[in-house]
Design a binder for this molecule. Sequence first.
Ligand code: KG4
Ligand code: ZN
Length: 340
Amino acid sequence: MTTILAFESSADETAVAVVKDGDQVLSSAVATQINSHQRFGGIVPEVASRHHLEWINRTLDQALKTAQVTPSQIDAVAVTYGPGLVGSLLVGLMAGKTFAMAHHLPLIPVNHLAGHLAAANFNEPIRYPALALMVSGGHTELVYMKEENSFEILGETYDDAAGESYDKVGRLLDLPYPAGKAIDELAQQGTATIRFPQAMAHEDNYDFSFSGLKSAVINYVHHAEQKGESVPRDDLAASFQEAVIRALVARTRKALTDFPVRSFVLGGGVAANRGLRTALQALLADFPATRFIPVPLAYTGDNAAMIAAAGYFNYKVGRFAGLDLNTAPGLDFELYEAKS
Ligand code: KG4
Ligand code: ZN
């Protein structure tokens, strides 16, 4: 039995968790700072770092208390070292190192993106080979996983990430940051009456592009305003969401066709999207040999339980880090694998 304590502070969530054997969550404490960033319409790095500093110890106390474990019952400490904001990452990294040093525990370096995907194990065990659609505020990638801890990026976005496009369209609709959830809810009430074009629809690859869609939505609204017409917000949200989902589903279909896999994992903040989950569930009906394993809703957003889950993979193969571990703000999957 392996108990891992994990720290996550790459963006605007200060999180600490205790997870047993990679899939039993004993505690997952998350302190969110969204309220502090909302009035700026995005994360302010300096504000984020200060909040992490203020909250990290309290979050750690809460995670240990809820899990009812003492430091002597912990086997290793997992920390997110990238990608993310350097000042934010540093706080969790220093906390993890300090805890590891004080209690003579091994330190496990974890890629935040690997964490988002590993959280699928809280739903059911990922079987390999697997394909993953990683959709968050900073990333949109189709990833082939030959085996545990192995990541090959098949395709990614040329410009905006899917979550980023939700947040930008949200600004246009005067919705508070981050707008993904609110647009998703509006979309459920509306009808996709406007057919926005899908970028690169005819290209033979697994890549994405969302900045053209965002511009198309903005232009549509401005034109309507100039003509004195009002666009129903719910229909606009439904139309935008339909276009995002259409692109994600088309590329996923191609990847699933070209790479037969046992599991298909959906992870990252945008994995909470109801329309996307439903559309992918329907797509998977065409791939009966592949299990659809979306990350449970409670773990799609940033949390530390997912870092412990990914940390457990590293623990099993003895991939540890020294106390000289540094942050890697621009880390991606390929860099991660190259490091092992
Ligand atoms: O993974 P995450 O919590 O942080 C990053 O690592 O980026 O993802 C945050 C992103 C935001 O852009 C947010 O608007 C989006 O996930 N998001 C959603 C939904 N819930 C969160 N996007 C679409 N539909 C949702 N229900
Ligand atoms: Zn994230």
